[in-house]
Design a protein around this ligand. Structure first.
Ligand SMILES: [Zn+2]
Ligand SMILES: [Zn+2]
Length: 139
């Protein structure tokens, strides 16, 4: 799959049967529809489903960020906000092929979700371990 930002060939990373595409060039991550939910579910953060549905069905967010094209269908994606501070702006295919996170945004989102669910602290640690392992992301 070709990175929608820098046009590099992305590498497929597999973790507990969840596949995602990672760009070595810009450190962005593409989750096929449902894969991100699977990841969070595997970490016990499945109550975030409503949260995701909210993002997927959210109105287009106004942003100066450049519009990106879905690596699956090539159509322009819409910007969606995930909430949290700072707000994470992700790109979502309107045909629900998946979601695009710029480098570091997945970690931001996980931190935000874990903060909302203090009892899921272990999950946060696990996902952060995963991110570090896969992406070499720090903090
Ligand atoms: Zn890239
Ligand atoms: Zn698409």
């Amino acid at each position: 799959m070709i990175c929608p930002v820098c046009r590099s060939d992305m590498i497929v990373v597999e973790y507990r049967s969840i596949e995602l595409d990672h760009c070595n060039g810009c450190k962005g991550v593409w989750f096929d529809s449902g894969e991100l939910e699977l990841l969070l579910k595997s970490q016990g953060l499945e109550e975030t489903k409503a949260f995701f549905d909210g993002i997927l069905n959210s109105q287009e967010s106004l942003s100066s960020e450049k519009k990106r094209k879905c690596p699956v269908c090539g159509h322009k994606m819409k910007k969606g906000k995930t909430g949290g501070q700072p707000e994470t702006l992700i790109d979502i295919c309107r045909d629900q092929h998946g979601l695009w996170f710029d480098g570091g945004e997945v970690a931001q989102l996980v931190k935000y979700l874990a903060a909302k669910h203090p009892s899921k602290h272990d999950s946060k640690a696990q996902v952060m371990d995963f991110l570090e392992e896969v992406f070499g992301a720090s903090g």
